[in-house]
Design a protein around this ligand. Structure first.
Ligand SMILES: Cc1ncc(COP(=O)(O)O)c(C=O)c1O
Length: 401
């Protein structure tokens, strides 16, 4: 393996040299394609099959690769103008105005901004208990009741750490028997804090039905901020699912987060965004890092949104491979939580940790153990060949682990 790794490095260096020369003379898409081809060579000969991070194994749009190749010459400039184009594109697609959008260094940054803006200390609130007085500027204050973060259990946990840093109290509410968010109990717990709704939910790949979510947003008091994370929106095809972006128009307490990491295959580039009313966005801005999305990610995101094929292709390939895995698991007598995403949660009918370790020893990385579902295994839907490798390893480990 070390030999293979060093060979790959050499080939990469050669390619990069070639790419740099190509760029100086005439930027074109072939360099990006060569790099991608080289990468799949590395991936396909690598001993590890990574099905642990819900990445898109088919990668970015070819239009995004071309846009990045063309943007090499812009690396020395701040990305503002291109970020403006991306914001305009997102605004147009969603029928909102520019001032209703914040870009993030992945939607992870959006989650962090929300935790910071809506569960942490705030300024100039006369109901508040003073927390700290900086040497300049208004006092930072902590509003009792506001420092609360309500989430499902299990859900995507990145936002919890940000809320805890803000001294927020984190309240976890179990998913209901259909693996949907228990919105009635979440609302009862919320007060003035932030409610995080991940739909489709990670790690269960389940959805919260559209009517339940619509009613919840409609009825929640305006002091309760609601963040709906639609990272896996494009993979959901249930008639019971919908985006809540159209509801932003009438709900100032609603924020919807999206990412380019999943169907757009840009997890390594880091780009996400959110949509909310402009007054809500204004409250978020002070918590934002300036120019946090780099030029490569910005141009790739614009090109991805302009590529009519990226989403349908990604959905189709994911759907076909998911169906194949479901039918193979069925033959083995294993069920899964109905998946509306690019991963699935398999009921392994025994403690999952030994299986995760045994799969890892066979070079198949799967999701970690989620304490709320200790006999479920989270597996990303990779390419067909990767899923065949997974299934071979799975058949072995269920006999031995
Ligand atoms: C539900 C959910 N939200 C947000 C993210 C973060 O994505 P990004 O890569 O955009 O930071 C992930 C990543 O896996 C996720 O599963």
């Amino acid at each position: 393996m070390p030999e293979l790794a060093s060979m790959s490095r050499r080939r990469f260096a050669r390619l990069f040299g070639l790419g740099a020369a190509t760029f100086v003379a005439r930027p074109n898409v072939s360099f990006a394609h060569q790099l991608l081809a080289e990468n799949s060579f590395i991936a396909s000969t690598s001993p590890v099959v990574r099905l642990s991070s819900n990445e898109n194994p088919y990668g970015p749009s070819s239009m995004a690769l071309k846009a990045m190749t063309d943007a090499f010459s812009l690396a020395w400039r701040y990305p503002d103008e291109h970020a403006d184009v991306l914001i305009d594109t997102i605004a147009k697609l969603n029928g909102v105005s520019r001032d209703q959008i914040v870009l993030g260094d992945g939607s992870g940054e959006i989650l962090k901004i929300c935790a910071s803006a809506f569960t942490g200390p705030m300024t100039n609130d006369n109901r508040a208990v003073e927390l700290a007085r900086p040497t300049r500027g208004p006092a930072l204050t902590f509003v009792p009741g506001r420092g609360k973060m309500v989430v499902a259990d299990p859900t995507f946990e990145a936002i919890l750490n940000h809320a805890r840093i803000n001294r927020a109290e984190v309240v976890k509410v179990r998913l209901n028997s259909r693996y949907a968010h228990d919105l009635t109990r979440m609302l009862a717990a919320a007060n003035e804090g932030l409610v995080y709704v991940c739909n489709p939910n990670n790690p269960t790949a389940s959805i919260t039905p559209k009517k339940e979510l619509r009613d919840f947003i409609t009825n929640a008091p305006k002091e309760t901020m609601i963040l709906v994370d639609e990272a896996y929106f494009h993979y959901a095809d249930s008639a019971d699912y919908e985006s809540v972006i159209p509801m932003v128009k009438v709900h100032a307490n609603l924020i919807v987060a999206r990412t380019f990491s999943k169907i757009y295959g840009m997890a390594g580039l880091r780009c996400g965004y959110c949509i909310a009313q402009s007054e809500t966005i204004k409250r978020m801005r002070p918590h934002q890092t300036w120019d946090s999305v780099n030029i490569m990610a910005v141009v790739a995101a614009i090109a991805s949104l302009n590529d009519p094929d990226q989403v349908p292709n990604g959905r189709k390939l994911n759907g076909q491979t998911k169906q194949f895995v479901i039918s193979e698991l069925d033959k083995l007598g294993f069920q899964q939580i109905p998946s509306q995403a690019n991963f699935m949660m398999i009921d392994v009918k025994r403690p999952v940790q030994p299986l995760i370790s045994a799969l890892s020893q066979r070079g198949v990385q799967v999701g970690r153990m989620f304490p709320a579902l200790p006999s479920h295994l989270r597996v990303t839907i990779g390419k067909q060949s990767e899923m065949e490798t997974f299934l071979t390893a799975f058949r072995e480990v269920i006999r031995t682990a």
